[in-house]
Design a protein around this ligand. Structure first.
Ligand code: ATP
Length: 310
């Protein structure tokens, strides 16, 4: 997509995600684990405003703790803009105003959403006119969760999580997110999972199969059935996140006692996602968890991927 030179400000909104299912297989030669995941984009957003500039610069603000967000070339949004400029042969720059709403290092793909938003915004601002497929390919080079932040909705991700196919999902699912003041590093959580598995593996254990998203998960999404999804939701990284932060187990139990159909660690955590029966049940759950002293947020999914906002 391209813009006329005088409308030189583009606003793009990209969502955070929940892994409603995540099965983790073996480590591959590239150092990534083979995974099978069902993603859902939820209504917590990153907003990025792009304006023309001589260099590539950013300013970061937001409603979440920003202490861990790099403000330099390590920021995923800057890396996305640089990659697109290089691929498109663009000589100019961009200023990216990033407003973060997704908890940082929370397992909800906030950095990936910024990268997706930056790709869409710079593509429009610079008139590079890349196809959706080309943007997805660039996104995958930036990080395994970036293609899903571009696509949004509900999808199955295989390989590193970036081999995506849309999944049919009916209706809306209501979630309550409990965020934490601390973050968890995704590589550390995967390392803790590997350590846990080697500690508990039996010598005679059968070889692990390639990961798959279980049919019950796809069925529940297709049926729009929250109770069925609650039964089928699973995250292999949960055991590792709980080993690193045992207090998360107490909060999971608290949410289920307060009426959640299920509680699950989101991605590599520490954000916890509680599935509610419907909108009213989610409001009630959010009130109860907030009253108990937690930072609880009612969101819903699926929502679209990175999009230009008028
Ligand atoms: P992952 O995508 O690794 O699963 P996450 O969803 O748990 O991560 P993010 O908020 O995406 O968490 O950030 C993970 C780390 O990435 C941060 O601690 C930070 O150092 C780095 N990072 C780079 N760019 C960004 C960005 N734009 N926003 C947030 N973090 C960023």
């Amino acid at each position: 997509m391209s813009l006329s030179a005088d409308s030189a400000r583009v606003h793009v909104r990209a969502p955070g995600k929940i892994n409603v299912f995540l099965e983790v297989g073996e480590v591959q030669e590239d150092g990534y684990h083979d995974v099978a995941s069902a993603y859902q984009a939820v209504s917590v957003f990153e907003d990025v405003w792009a304006t023309t500039a001589d260099e590539i610069t950013i300013a970061v603000s937001g409603t979440v703790d920003l202490a861990q967000v790099p403000q330099d070339d390590r920021n995923l949004a800057v890396r996305a803009a640089r990659l697109l400029a290089q691929e498109a042969g663009w000589r100019g720059g961009v200023h990216l105003d990033i407003r973060k709403g997704v908890p940082v290092a929370g397992g909800m793909g906030g950095g990936s959403a910024d990268a997706a938003a930056a790709l869409v915004a710079c593509d429009a601002l610079w008139g590079t006119g890349l196809s959706v497929h080309e943007l997805h390919e660039l996104g995958a080079r930036l990080g395994a969760d970036v293609p899903f932040a571009l696509m949004g909705g509900t999808a199955v991700g295989m390989g590193r999580g970036d081999e995506l196919s849309p999944a049919l999902a009916r209706g809306r699912f209501d979630w309550v997110l409990v965020t934490h003041a601390f973050g968890l590093s995704t590589p550390e959580v995967y390392a803790a999972l590997d350590a846990h598995r080697s500690r508990y593996a039996l010598d005679i254990a059968p070889p692990r199969r390639r990961p798959v998203v279980e049919a019950d998960v796809l069925h529940a999404l297709r049926a729009g059935d929250a109770a069925m999804l609650a039964e089928a939701a699973r995250n292999d990284l949960q055991v590792a996140a709980l080993a690193l932060r045992p207090e998360l187990a107490t909060v999971l139990a608290e949410g289920e006692r307060a009426g959640a159909l299920a509680g699950i660690v989101s991605g590599s955590g520490p954000t916890l996602a509680f599935l509610a029966a419907d909108r009213e049940a989610a409001i009630e759950l959010q009130v109860l968890l907030s009253a108990a002293g937690h930072t609880a947020l009612h969101v819903h999914g699926p929502v679209p991927g990175a999009r230009i906002v008028d």
